[in-house]
Design a protein around this ligand. Structure first.
Ligand SMILES: Nc1nc2c([nH]c(=O)n2[C@@H]2O[C@H](COP(=O)(O)OP(=O)(O)OP(=O)(O)O)[C@@H](O)[C@H]2O)c(=O)[nH]1
Length: 137
């Protein structure tokens, strides 16, 4: 079975990580995630991510480094590949247009959130990567 590809954004500002809480109208309500969504039609991963982040947060981003994908089974039993990209914030003001809550948290605060299961390995990779750069994280 071919996996549905979902791209998600890692946005870091002033040492804090952008975390988004899924709303009641979404699947996995109440879980925290990296914002993003499904790739549509002939979009590239980067094009899909730029579109999704504009739709969800009103912000223009530039996807840069791709991290390791995580795999999950959706509530409907479909295979999903969750593809993370570190993104630069290019312009725009942050607004939670679809999520219940969107906020920047320190890595220490973010560790305590109730992350969607597929996001945990992504968060851990990020933590390992940034701990090397900034030993205080
Ligand atoms: N965007 C996103 N989806 C995630 C993450 N973690 C995770 O398990 N998912 C799952 O991946 C799927 C992507 O769904 P989505 O609702 O964000 O994508 P979308 O906006 O394109 O979907 P839709 O237009 O069909 O509602 C959902 O099953 C969601 O629960 C994550 O960090 N970001």
């Amino acid at each position: 079975m071919e996996a549905i590809q979902v791209v998600c954004a890692i946005i870091i500002s002033e040492g804090k990580l952008l975390c988004a809480k899924r709303s009641e109208s979404m699947s996995l309500p109440g879980y925290w995630e990296f914002p993003g969504g499904k790739i549509e039609g002939k979009e590239t991963e980067q094009e899909a991510l730029i579109r999704e982040i504009k739709e969800e947060l009103g912000v223009n981003v530039i996807p840069t480094q791709k991290l390791t994908s995580s795999h999950l089974k959706s509530e409907k039993g479909k295979l999903i590949e969750l593809i993370p990209y570190v993104c630069l914030w290019e312009s725009g003001k942050l607004v939670a247009l679809e999520h219940e809550e969107v906020a920047f948290y320190s890595f220490d605060q973010a560790k305590k959130l109730n992350w969607a299961p597929a996001d945990i390995p992504i968060f851990d990779e990020l933590l390992t990567f940034f701990s090397k750069l900034t030993p205080r994280l």
